[in-house]
Write a protein that binds this ligand. Structure first.
Ligand code: SF4
Length: 400
């Protein structure tokens, strides 16, 4: 590439010279103002109103296995999950709820299908909220008055979680299938039953496995009520497909300001759902970005193994929570430009890497030293960001 790089003469200021880091301007502006929704409280987490969009997941353990469930909740909490849902299909599960609700560090929502009695058990157990699926709960409509009374007395919100796979039979007959209109009618009908009893601590989901149907359903719902909305593409599939479907659907809605809390559903460990959810919010500037790796796709001009380099840098900086943008670029075509825009970067070529910090080349190192140099500089920047009061957490930087 004839870049004239030299390990002997670093361009720009010497490594000893201070480089102005400044405070990163994150998050930037989101694509649209948030839809105005009612605010409610799920335990310690506010949902709706001007509360930040929260990330939820659901445990995959048998809820009655208290130890395993709490262990998974702890893992989810560590990954950034803010609200967790647990299934409650049996009396043993209901009996486990008081301990789980008490010991969990994040609010616990009990997920109730089929048996209304577990709604009351969950409220009594101290769960932060209860999710009901009206299409699945026997004679649910007849029990709304009692549920509203119990929930209201305990200050517990209810999620009306309509799901395409378990739509109320009456609406299935009326619409022929789970159309957006059918999902919305089901949800608003159930809301109206609660409203008759003066209960409005409600959030709604209208999930479908087809992102197009799902987006249309939430758009209609958003136009017809002010309840906070829980976004979800149900049964979205294995990790790759589910991530794409969720990102596309959530991206469409959140970019219009629709959505107050999200759950990515993946046929994968729930921690993966949280990672995807957080990344979606960060990408839309709905949450402060943390570590961001800007790496090029590589092409015929690359003179280093960009994939390997990007993987090694990503692994080496895992756990870093300061909002640091690191550019890993394969050559000098776009490399220096991207590296300059980032907090830290490398433009590689000819067996060497130019290391940039805040737009300045601080040194040029041999290819074999690129990863360790980037990690070392990232640590330095993180320390200086923390000294300057940039959030948050202590970077747990490991070299893989
Ligand atoms: S930075 Fe260079 S190697 Fe990477 S994609 Fe662009 S031109 Fe190709």
């Amino acid at each position: 590439m004839g870049d004239g790089m030299s390990t002997a003469e670093p361009a720009g200021p010497s490594a000893a010279e201070p480089v102005a880091l400044g405070l990163p301007a994150v998050p930037g502006r989101p694509l649209a103002p948030r839809r105005v929704s009612r605010r409610l409280q799920v335990g310690s987490v506010a949902v709706g109103g001007d509360a930040p969009v929260s990330v939820q997941s659901m445990t995959t353990t048998v809820t009655a296995d208290i130890g395993a469930t709490l262990q998974q909740i702890a893992e989810l909490t560590a990954s950034g999950c803010q609200i967790v849902r647990v299934a409650c299909p049996s009396q043993d599960d209901a009996d486990a709820l008081p301990v789980i609700a008490k010991k969990s560090q994040i609010p616990v929502i009990a997920d109730i299908h089929f048996q209304p009695k577990y709604v009351f058990a969950a409220i009594d157990a101290g769960c932060a909220a209860v999710r009901v699926n009206p299409g699945n709960i026997r004679q649910f409509d007849d029990r709304v008055k009692e549920i509203a009374k119990a929930a209201s007395g305990a200050g517990v919100p209810i999620r009306i979680g309509v799901n395409a796979g378990s739509l109320d039979k009456r609406l299935l007959e009326k619409y022929g299938k789970a159309t957006p209109e059918a999902l919305v009618e089901s949800a608003l009908w159930e809301c109206s039953l609660f409203e008759e009893h003066g209960f409005r601590d409600i959030k709604i989901s209208v999930k479908h496995n087809d992102p197009v149907v799902m987006v249309n359903a939430y758009r209609q719902l958003a136009a017809r009520c002010d309840y906070p909305l829980h976004l979800g593409v149900t049964e979205a599939g294995p990790a790759f497909q589910g991530t794409i479907k969720s990102a596309v659907a959530f991206g469409a809605l959140l970019s219009e300001g629709i959505g107050d809390t999200i759950r990515v559903s993946l046929s994968a460990p729930p921690v993966e759902e949280v990672k995807v959810g957080i990344q979606i919010l960060e990408s839309l500037n709905l949450r402060q970005r943390r570590l961001e790796i800007v790496s090029c796709p590589s092409c015929g001009r690359a003179q280093v193994d960009v994939y390997k380099l990007a993987d090694q840098v990503t692994a080496g900086l895992e756990g870093m929570e300061v909002p640091l943008r690191v550019a890993v670029m394969g050559c000098v075509v776009n490399g220096p430009g991207e590296a300059r825009e980032a907090d830290l970067g490398v433009a590689s070529g000819n067996g060497k890497g130019q290391i940039f910090v805040k737009g300045e080349v601080i040194k040029t190192v041999p290819e074999s030293k690129i990863v360790e140099t980037l990690i070392e500089e990232a640590m330095n920047i993180a320390r200086r960001m923390e000294d300057e009061g940039v959030p948050s957490g202590t970077p747990d930087v490991t070299v893989s």
